[in-house]
Design a protein around this ligand. Structure first.
Ligand SMILES: Nc1ncnc2c1ncn2[C@@H]1O[C@H](COP(=O)(O)OS(=O)(=O)O)[C@@H](OP(=O)(O)O)[C@H]1O
Length: 573
């Protein structure tokens, strides 16, 4: 028998009775609807399938107040994280929502009706109090940033009746509801299960830690990674799940099971650890591993840790007797090269040499293609990570040239294209101002707004190509600093952005203009022409500044190539 759920009853809110389901489906179509955000969707999924038992909906004010103040629901049950449905005053007014009314909760991704919520109450939360008591109050904490920037001013409390399950298209077979996992454990004959929470790839240290925990408690292992929302900047769950799948055969046969948890983490350290333990209890686990800095967001911009390294362990310790799942506390596990073994740091004798590779160092080695030793991770795990993090010479980049019309940027762009084609190894895409205007922006003019839109489109296309590993050369005039900055942000999110200011003086551009465009602009036949009667803001900070009056196109291209080379983009594999 798996562990009893929190509060005694595993909630399962999906209407299985066919006539009742049909009724709810029909009613959902007639009610006002709230489109759920990504986080609300994750929360709803775990409310509906019992992962958040004893919750049966989003918290009303009484439950919320108790949870914020002392991690307790109104009925006295321990619950450490507020699970709330936020909405703006405008939405509430437009939809006519009030206590007693029913509202449909809809999936924004496919417009499917997921549940009907009967409103208990609509209340205005004290966000400062929530930030302070639940997350510790540091304004840089990601959950507090979310609370202050994304969460609307009202919370809607009430129970839900589930109409449809959320549709998933990835790793469907590995997504177990609490009931499914319990059945699975029963089938395997597992009675003692130690769950391991993670939002990171797993390496040898994690395998050692989980096996040690299983050995100590005579239990089996549930690898239970979060695939909902984790900390911004984390490795995407697609890669991580492939890593877990690669790692699984490294466990003794039959010892471990992999199940994915669609949780939206808050990175709430101590509060989150208690919540995680409750969720795992609901999934049938009897034991739960809480390690160093469990679910902590690391450090703030001043280098101060949001939580102490063992705060989460102390928090779960405090509720040990009523949690109903045994928390297995672990110190960091480290490698001892002299004996080729892993041990928790508190068991390592003084003077014994230890080795570790930090997450930052691992990312650096993945980026540069540097060696990652087998004591740290298994070759099959590293292979998965390398596939998702190709070395520089297989990554895409964008060279963005900006300057006056006829500044030479087009000639440089074309010559760079030819040079990169000669080098080979990637497809090269050329986005000349003229081509883009013709192919993507033919309806746009040259107002500031239209120019911004044009650059935004270039940035979108360049980012998509860069992400796919191409070399992109864009060469619009791009006269405004703000739109170049926006382009940089869009592209840098997925790859490298190199800004080249082609700073050929306007007089030279005009003097050498064989097409007579400047002359036309001077005569007033073209209005709002950059450099004539429209401004060009020189970039405050370019990676390279060049001038075709003083330099040949060939030497400029060589300078760009040297930048690319210095960053490893042109290395031969
Ligand atoms: N008012 C005005 N201002 C600037 N440029 C003008 C204008 N009207 C037309 N053109 C011709 O449009 C081409 C430049 O477009 P861009 O897309 O590079 O400009 S922007 O970045 O959106 O500001 C560029 O064309 P090519 O010289 O063929 O590249 C300009 O000659």
């Amino acid at each position: 028998m798996a562990n009893p759920p929190h509060g005694g009853i595993l909630k399962d809110l999906v209407a299985r009775d066919a006539p009742r389901h049909a009724e709810l489906e029909a009613e959902a179509a007639t009610l006002p609807a709230i489109l759920l955000t990504e986080r609300q969707l994750c929360d709803l999924e775990l409310i509906m399938n019992g992962g958040f038992s004893p919750l049966e909906g989003f918290m009303n004010e009484k439950d919320y107040d108790g949870v914020v103040a002392e991690s307790r629901l109104a009925d006295g049950n321990l619950f450490s994280m507020p699970i709330t449905l936020d909405a703006s005053g405008e939405t509430i007014k437009d939809l006519g929502l009030k206590a007693g009314s029913r509202v449909t909760l809809r999936d924004f991704r496919d417009d499917r009706n997921l549940a009907i919520l009967t409103i208990d109450d609509i209340y205005r939360p004290d966000k400062t109090k929530e930030a302070q008591l639940v997350f510790g109050g540091d304004e840089e904490h990601p959950a507090i940033v979310y609370l202050n920037t994304k969460v609307q001013e009202f919370y809607i409390g009430g129970k839900v009746e589930a109409v449809n399950k959320l549709a998933h298209y990835d790793y469907v077979a590995l997504r177990y509801t609490p009931a499914e996992l319990r059945t699975h454990f029963d089938k395997l004959g597992w009675t003692r299960v130690v769950a391991f929470q993670t939002r990171n790839p797993m390496h040898r240290a994690h395998r050692e830690l989980t096996v040690r925990a299983a050995r100590a408690r005579q239990a089996n292992v549930l690898i239970h990674p979060v695939v909902g929302l984790t900390k911004p900047g984390d490795i995407d769950h697609f890669t991580r799940v492939r890593v877990y799948q690669a790692l699984l055969p490294r466990y003794p046969n039959g010892m471990a099971v992999l199940g994915l948890l669609p949780l939206a983490m808050r990175m709430g350290g101590p509060r989150e650890a208690i919540w995680h333990a409750i969720i795992r209890k609901n999934h049938g686990a009897t034991h739960f591993i809480v390690g160093r800095d469990h679910a902590g967001p690391g450090k703030n911009s001043k280098g101060v840790e949001f939580y102490g390294p063992y705060d989460a362990q102390h928090a779960v310790e405090k509720y040990r007797s009523e949690l109903g799942i045994e928390v297995v506390e672990f110190q960091q596990v480290t490698y001892l090269p002299d004996t080729d073994e892993y041990k928790p740091v508190n068991e390592v004798s003084a003077g014994v040499k230890t080795l570790d590779i930090s997450g930052t160092e691992l990312r650096r080695r993945l980026r540069s293609g540097a060696h990652i030793p087998e004591w740290f991770s298994y070759p099959e795990v590293i292979k998965v990570l390398r596939e998702s993090n190709p070395p520089r010479n297989a990554q895409g980049f964008t060279v963005f040239l900006t300057g006056y019309q006829n500044s030479g940027k087009d000639a440089i762009a074309r010559a760079l294209q030819v040079t990169l084609n000669q080098q080979g190894g990637r497809s090269v895409s050329l986005l000349l101002g003229e081509t883009v205007r013709h192919e993507l922006s033919s309806e746009l003019g040259f107002s500031r707004e239209d120019r911004d839109k044009n650059i935004q489109r270039i940035a979108f296309v360049a980012a998509e190509l860069t992400k796919a590993g191409a070399a992109v050369i864009a060469a619009p005039i791009a006269p405004y600093e703000s739109s170049r900055k926006a382009a940089k942000d869009t592209i840098s999110a997925v790859g490298t952005f190199i800004l080249v200011h082609v700073a050929t003086p306007l007089e030279y551009c005009e003097k050498t203009d064989k097409r007579g465009i400047y002359a036309k602009a001077r005569r007033g036949e073209i209005k709002g022409f950059t450099g004539v009667d429209d401004p060009y803001e020189a970039p405050a900070k370019a990676d390279l500044v060049v001038d075709v009056e003083k330099q040949s196109v060939r030497s400029i291209v060589h300078e760009i190539v040297l930048i690319l080379e210095s960053q490893g983009f042109l290395d031969r594999s």
